[in-house]
Design a protein around this ligand. Structure first.
Ligand SMILES: NC(=O)c1ccc[n+]([C@@H]2O[C@H](COP(=O)([O-])OP(=O)(O)OC[C@H]3O[C@@H](n4cnc5c(N)ncnc54)[C@H](OP(=O)(O)O)[C@@H]3O)[C@@H](O)[C@H]2O)c1
Length: 337
């Protein structure tokens, strides 16, 4: 009998030329995901481009109605409107779609999965599984083990998110804006953000609603409730874009039903999957995005009692938004399938 889990699969990657798509290809290779045939897809813009995968040259194709024939696993990272159009077509062709965009995350049928938190939800899929937003993934990986122990009842999160979270155009924007300023010039106006991002902070990720709450802040609220199965969890969030290339940092204050000490938090997190504790109170040991870039874990440090809410814990959570925040989480879901 062949080992079913290791039977090679025909895998499509839609958005194969993007930041997340390229990281997906790297993660598939690095984790020896059993791929019998790779179907790299993007738009007409990059059709014909070639790249190496598992020692062979592959050519990017423009996605069309026949792209998903025989595909078993389809990893999507090409934006929400592209997903809304092509995910039902891929699923109807028999593929299981794992989608990185926001298109299906709050859909009542599609599960929203972080393998360290709610792997059992995968079984509920009807052809489409949603991958959560990058900033939500790292927060719930750190919070869920604490919730299981002590009952999470409130969390306040401020994010410091790198520009790679906005895609490859944003990398160019930060780089050219930084060069402009260092050369003593005005940074050219940004096509990606409402203001130049170099040497600045923009508390503005996605459009604002009528109450002034940003789309990214709502993603944190709604997605964390859905993933942790805590529909009434109280969540405060301020989402900020920071002038760093890769890796998101988050200041997290969490309050629990049962008292929990910083030492207990360190112990629980040290024993939890996908987490590396980098903490030594009073020292300069703590997680940093530059260190986390290109690595898999969610790093947690600066674990301490909160100064404002009795019994609450404050901590600093860092992860690579392109790895655990996107590509790695998607491939882990494919592995679970
Ligand atoms: N970056 C992150 O940290 C992160 C984290 C979680 C989720 N996501 C989500 O992942 C998706 C991709 O993000 P990214 O950062 O990789 O963006 P990106 O670097 O801008 O890449 C976008 C990819 O989508 C493809 N694409 C765009 N429009 C298309 C269309 N109409 N038909 C087919 N392919 C199309 C592009 O192909 P061409 O080369 O042909 O233009 C490219 O491969 C987004 O939905 C994003 O919200 C990103």
């Amino acid at each position: 009998m062949p080992d079913v889990n290791k039977t090679p699969k025909k895998v499509a990657v839609l958005g194969a030329t993007g930041l997340v798509g390229r990281e997906m290809l790297k993660v598939l290779e690095q984790r020896n995901f059993p791929v019998s045939e790779l179907v790299p897809l993007a738009s007409e813009r990059s059709a014909g481009r070639t790249f190496e995968f598992n020692g062979k040259t592959h050519t990017v194709r423009a996605v069309d109605d026949d792209s998903f024939e025989g595909v078993e696993v389809a990893l999507f990272s090409a934006g929400a409107s592209t997903s809304r159009r092509w995910a039902p077509i891929a699923a109807a062709a028999g593929a299981i779609v794992i989608d990185n965009s926001s298109a299906w995350r709050m859909d009542t049928v599609a599960p929203l999965v972080v393998p360290e938190v709610n792997p059992e939800d995968i079984k509920l899929h009807k052809g489409i599984i949603a991958n959560p937003n990058c900033s939500t993934i790292q927060a719930v990986v750190a919070l869920y083990p604490l919730h299981k122990k002590a009952g999470l009842n409130y969390v306040a999160i401020s994010t410091y998110q790198s520009v790679s979270g906005t895609g490859q155009e944003a990398l160019k924007t930060l780089e050219s804006g930084s060069r402009d300023i260092l050369a003593g010039n005005e940074p050219s106006s940004s096509l990606v953000y409402p203001h130049p991002i170099a040497f600045d902070l923009l508390p503005h990720i996605g459009p604002f609603d009528e109450y002034g709450i940003s789309e990214e802040e709502w993603k944190m609220v709604r997605e964390s409730r859905k993933i942790m199965h805590l529909p009434n969890l109280r969540v405060s969030c301020t989402a900020v874009r920071a002038p760093i290339f890769r890796g998101h940092g988050e200041s997290v204050v969490a309050s629990f039903d049962k008292p929990i000490t910083p030492d207990e938090v360190r112990k629980i997190l040290n024993e939890s999957p996908g987490i590396e504790v980098q903490d030594n109170p009073g020292s300069s040991i703590y997680p940093r995005p530059m260190y986390a870039a290109g690595k898999d874990p969610v790093y947690v440090g600066r674990i301490r009692k909160d100064t404002g809410i009795q019994g609450a814990i404050a901590m600093w959570v860092v992860s690579d938004n392109l790895r655990k925040g996107a590509a790695l989480n998607a491939v882990q879901i494919a592995e679970l399938l």
